[in-house]
Design a protein around this ligand. Structure first.
Ligand SMILES: NC(=O)c1ccc[n+]([C@@H]2O[C@H](COP(=O)([O-])OP(=O)(O)OC[C@H]3O[C@@H](n4cnc5c(N)ncnc54)[C@H](OP(=O)(O)O)[C@@H]3O)[C@@H](O)[C@H]2O)c1
Length: 250
């Protein structure tokens, strides 16, 4: 697989979990990566950790759910690097509550970050890709977006289902600019801010339901993202790859 030498990758929510792992993998493969998030201390720490192996990572503050904030963030990135080649829409939020306990504010926050955030960042990034005649957008959805949620947030599941659909519309509408748009639907990924709250008992219960009998790791998602960003997936667009150890078959 060719590396991503000279390409600029933007990863939203790159300060922790899956986004951090994607940033590490892409920067190790010669792409300069800009991570975006709302918490400066976290972004700084992640950049320092990645910089131990490679120099090619930096951060910008931005709230993906706020159209004006994210416009400023992308314009800063473009001014600094003069190109944006790959966008990973990874920032996400779940209230963790169920239909009976979730309130309207939590529902709206999930839609704003997970769905509107994906729209906002794609809208800001694609003109730069159009200019260079090629680009890659990768959205991070969820298994919950495929199957619905039996026990936790319905706003989260609905927003992720919409991200899978948005992926197809963007793929259809941006193909003429040679921009490929794909999606990954993970489940049960350990070593993230979300999974840090899971008890050992819950982790064991989740494992028992997964055909491959283990939790996923952020690196499992980073590997698929790298494939989708590389020329090895040159004929794939509008597709969602289930990355969940077989869980989505049940
Ligand atoms: N872990 C799993 O099992 C799992 C399963 C399916 C799907 N996913 C999806 O994978 C993606 C990454 O999640 P993760 O598991 O790695 O969890 P995580 O560690 O909580 O990462 C989420 C990141 O998004 C950032 N973020 C949240 N709201 C934001 C906003 N408005 N603007 C900018 N950044 C924002 C957070 O940083 P700040 O709060 O500092 O901004 C955080 O760094 C999410 O889309 C999640 O839904 C995860």
């Amino acid at each position: 697989m060719k590396n991503l030498k000279g390409l600029i990758t933007v990863v939203t929510g790159g300060g922790s979990g899956i986004g951090k792992s994607i940033a590490t993998q892409f920067s190790k493969n010669a792409s300069h990566v800009v991570i975006i998030g709302r918490t400066e201390s976290k972004l700084k720490k992640t950049c320092e950790e990645i910089t131990e192996h490679t120099r090619s990572v930096s951060y910008e503050l931005g709230d993906v759910s706020n159209g004006e904030s994210i416009k400023r963030t992308f314009s800063k990135i473009y001014k600094k690097y003069k190109q944006i080649d790959i966008l990973i829409n990874n920032a996400g939020f779940s209230s963790g509550k169920n239909f009976e306990t979730e309130n309207l504010d939590e529902w709206e926050k999930e839609i704003a970050i997970n769905l509107t955030g994906t729209f906002n960042c794609s809208k800001q990034a694609y003109p730069y890709m159009k200019k260079t005649g090629k680009g890659i957008i990768i959205n991070i959805a969820s298994e919950r977006g495929r199957n619905g949620s039996p026990d936790s947030s319905v706003g989260y599941a609905a927003s992720k289902a919409a991200v899978i659909n948005l992926t197809k519309s963007l793929a259809l509408q941006l193909a003429k600019y040679n921009i490929r748009v794909n999606c990954i639907a993970p489940a049960a990924i350990d070593n993230t801010e979300i999974s840090n709250n899971w008890s050992e008992e819950l982790k064991q219960k989740i494992k028992n339901n997964i055909p491959l009998k283990r939790l996923g790791l952020p690196e499992d998602i980073a590997n698929v993202a790298y494939f989708l960003a590389s020329d090895n997936s040159a004929f794939i667009t509008g597709c969602t790859i289930d990355t969940n150890g077989g869980l989505s078959m049940f």
